[in-house]
Design a binder for this molecule. Structure first.
Ligand code: ARG
Length: 265
């Protein structure tokens, strides 16, 4: 074979397998590699975690950095696995597809375990209990979930809040649902008087209303949910490691310390 032909073959396979496979040390295919525990992640030495950083206190941006409870949990897990955590910030409804496709190793996003999601991914053990809450303008006639009937309600697209108000089986009977890509945009729209209420998880609802004069979070919790880490169904080994680590972090107080750092009261 001529040299130029070999070169173009190498180039073609590099393009096929992506830049990762071209370092010369990778095994054929080059897109998967084991760390010292024999764990396989999507990129050698890395734990790529997908999230949507519009959800303070779980994940939000501070400058260019994604910080919050989930960021610290992701960092802690990666460190204990001897990997480097790398965040991929994306639309909330892109997180599960990216875990399924292997673009990300895990999804950590204040993500609630649901039956529908369990069709596509595995979930780790639970690390937080949460529920949906309602945000309204101060002085609103909406005092609880039964008052949402006939109202325009904002949610983050693809969240439990979205399905809760959208699914007629729940009997909420809203006039319409406005779906936002970022949680704070829903609250801005409420302040602007374009929608009547926002349904979103309780702790982010607290954060988004704290110190904001125009809006208030109602006391009532509409649901009772568990947050967990989404892992590809193809990576049982990673799921097992994560559950072991979460168990240790619960037992030694590390998880509680992270929660206490960000959660009020
Ligand atoms: N707990 C809700 C759900 O799983 C909302 C999560 C939104 N998370 C986020 N990072 N924006 O659907």
């Amino acid at each position: 074979m001529k040299f130029s032909k070999v070169c173009s073959l190498i180039l073609a396979s590099c393009m096929l397998f992506g830049a990762v496979g071209c370092g010369g040390q990778e095994s054929a295919g080059g897109d998967n590699s084991g760390n010292q525990n024999g764990l396989v992640t999507s990129q050698e030495g890395k734990l790529i975690w997908a999230t949507n950083a519009t959800f303070e206190p779980y994940e939000y941006k501070e400058g260019d950095k994604v910080v919050g409870i989930d960021a610290e949990i992701a960092e802690a897990i990666a460190t204990k696995l001897g990997l480097e955590a790398q965040v991929e910030n994306m639309e909330f409804d892109a997180i599960i597809p990216s875990v399924v496709s292997g673009k990300a190793d895990i999804g950590i996003a204040g993500m609630t375990i649901t039956d529908e999601r369990l069709n596509n991914v595995n979930f780790s053990d639970t690390y937080v209990e949460a529920g949906q809450a309602i945000i309204v303008k101060k002085g609103s006639d909406i005092k609880g979930v039964s008052d949402l009937a006939g109202k325009v309600v904002g949610v983050q697209r693809g969240t439990v809040g979205d399905s809760y108000v959208s699914d007629s089986a729940n009997g909420v009977n809203v006039a319409s649902v406005e779906r936002f890509s970022a949680c704070p945009d829903a609250v801005q729209s409420l302040i602007a008087g374009k929608i009547d209420a926002v349904v979103i998880d309780n702790e982010p609802a607290k954060k988004m209303t704290e110190g904001v004069d125009e809006v208030v979070k109602l006391e009532e919790n509409l649901t009772s949910e568990q947050y967990a880490i989404a892992v590809s169904k193809k990576n049982e080994a990673l799921l097992k490691e994560i559950n072991t680590i979460l168990g240790e972090m619960k037992a030694n107080g590390e998880l509680q310390a992270i929660l206490d750092k960000y959660l009020s009261e």
